[in-house]
Design a protein around this ligand. Structure first.
Ligand SMILES: Cc1cc2nc3c(=O)[nH]c(=O)nc-3n(C[C@H](O)[C@H](O)[C@H](O)COP(=O)(O)OP(=O)(O)OC[C@H]3O[C@@H](n4cnc5c(N)ncnc54)[C@H](O)[C@@H]3O)c2cc1C
Length: 430
């Protein structure tokens, strides 16, 4: 067809998972293109913690130093019940890899990934929304609509997004990294399965005079989890698991504006409610709060795709599954899996589609079994005789909130005298 651009791999969605996959592919010499419906990277902190294992992934790409320089190292996590400190776990006791996790706003991470992609010769095609795809022989025919902002109205000016052009692409493989509300999942007719109970969190960023001392805080009380992470420059973020709210899935759309209109926020995100939540739910000293900054209320449905591949499309990141926000598990697994998916694509470049599908399915099956394990920690963790009984009882909530994925997660669990069984790493990286 006239005007149809051919590309080996198309990545849909320039979130951290899509950009990471595109970067690995570009560095491996693949002809890759990446499109995103939004006008730019996100502007808020969102998922803030990078696990030591994720830093290893970034190191393999040669960008760990740059990311670490932009973040704040987390050395320990202090665990509280509703009144007092119970135990701490230390990331610097792990003998291999990075002896810390990293706190970095997602906006900063995305900006670095975009810049690295540009340096690798791949420019994100912003404002391009993929609306459909269909099989075209052994490849896919994809339509992406280019959007532009148009001013309307006279008395009150108003901007709306309009389609100015549609482009047609042909790709051998499509990585669908189009996020929690994935449209491509619907186009593929894929049903998503429950992985656990839906959760809702409200989070507040604030400026404080308390020295963060490279520490994250966690409390579990009356069946609800509260967590605090330090960000850069005297900013901290408190996240409260919250019952009694049902939030729309549009609250999972990432922010692209630089200012939040405080007048539009609901009551449960105002200062009075923040102070009340701190009083009722935070047993550690948060310091003097000089300013409340960004706030958000976000739904987290725990769910997954039973098979992440559908024909020539592979679902990655939040489009394939989602967890609760504590410990930023979705982001970290997504980045690690993005590297693996991209490696399989590179390793099967010369093979016929059947072989690539087989290899992607092996990886997909292993990812699914890992997600199930992480969603069902009660079944794969065993407290020991010397585990604090309160820790043993609350171990699922505690372990799920730790800033670690595989070996480091096992090490942190060991410090709590809990053993945890996790699958081995996929051979794509061995
Ligand atoms: C306010 C907020 C707070 C959060 N806090 C936390 C937290 O504390 N901890 C945590 O773990 N997670 C948190 N998250 C979730 C976290 O941001 C995601 O897990 C993470 O972004 C997933 O990365 P991803 O690359 O899979 O998808 P995303 O980052 O969502 O990227 C998907 C991209 O696809 C683009 N896109 C969508 N549809 C199309 C289309 N049809 N065509 C082209 N492009 C498309 C979108 O514009 C987007 O840029 C938060 C999210 C929000 C919104």
């Amino acid at each position: 067809m006239f005007g149809k651009k051919r590309v080996e791999t198309l990545v849909v969605g320039a979130g951290p998972c899509g950009m990471l996959a595109a970067l690995v592919l570009a560095d491996g010499g693949e002809d890759v293109m990446i499109v995103d419906s939004a006008p730019r990277t996100c502007t808020n902190s969102n998922a803030t913690i990078l696990h030591p294992e994720t830093l290893v992934t970034l190191q393999r790409l040669g960008i760990a130093d740059r990311v670490i320089a932009a973040g704040y190292a987390i050395h320990q996590l202090s665990i509280y019940d509703d009144l007092c400190h119970r135990q701490s776990v230390h990331l610097n006791l792990h003998p291999h890899g990075f002896p810390f996790a990293l706190s970095i706003p997602q906006s900063e991470l995305e900006a670095i990934l975009e810049d690295e992609l540009t340096q690798s010769g791949v420019h994100v095609l912003w404002n391009h929304r993929v609306s459909e795809y269909e099989p075209d022989g052994s490849s896919l025919h994809i339509t992406a609509d280019r959007y532009s902002d148009r001013g309307t109205g006279y008395a009150i000016s108003h901007m709306e997004r309009v389609i100015v052009k549609s482009i047609h692409l042909q790709a051998k493989t499509l990585i669908a990294a189009d996020g929690y509300n994935s449209i491509l999942r619907r186009v593929a007719g894929r049903d998503i399965q429950k992985l656990g109970e839906d959760q809702y969190f409200v989070s507040f960023e604030f400026e404080t005079d308390r020295d963060p001392s490279h520490t994250c805080f966690l409390s579990v009380s009356k069946g609800l989890t509260t967590a605090q992470q330090p960000l850069e420059n005297g900013i901290a973020r408190l996240q409260f698991q919250y019952k009694g709210l049902t939030l729309p899935s549009r609250n999972r759309e990432k922010e692209r504006a630089f200012f939040q209109d405080k007048a539009e926020l609901p009551d449960y995100l105002d200062e009075t409610h923040f102070n009340q939540l701190v009083k009722e739910r935070v047993p550690w000293n948060i310091g003097y709060v000089s300013k409340l900054r960004y706030r958000a209320a976000v739904p987290y449905e725990k769910r997954y795709l039973k098979t992440p591949r559908s024909g020539n499309v592979f679902f990655l990141g939040d489009s394939a599954r989602s967890f609760s926000p504590l410990g930023s598990l979705s982001l970290n697994l997504g980045i690690q899996e993005a590297e693996q998916v991209a490696q399989v694509i590179l390793q099967t470049e010369e093979d016929e589609p059947r072989i690539r599908h087989q290899r992607l399915d092996e990886l997909g099956n292993q990812m699914v079994s890992n997600w199930k394990r992480l969603a069902n920690l009660a079944g794969v963790t065993i407290p020991g005789d010397s585990t604090d009984p309160w820790v043993a009882k609350n171990r699922v909530r505690i372990l799920r909130s730790l800033p670690a994925t595989s070996e480091t997660l096992q090490e942190l669990a060991r410090q709590l005298h809990i053993s945890i069984e996790l699958p081995k790493r996929h051979p794509a990286l061995v």
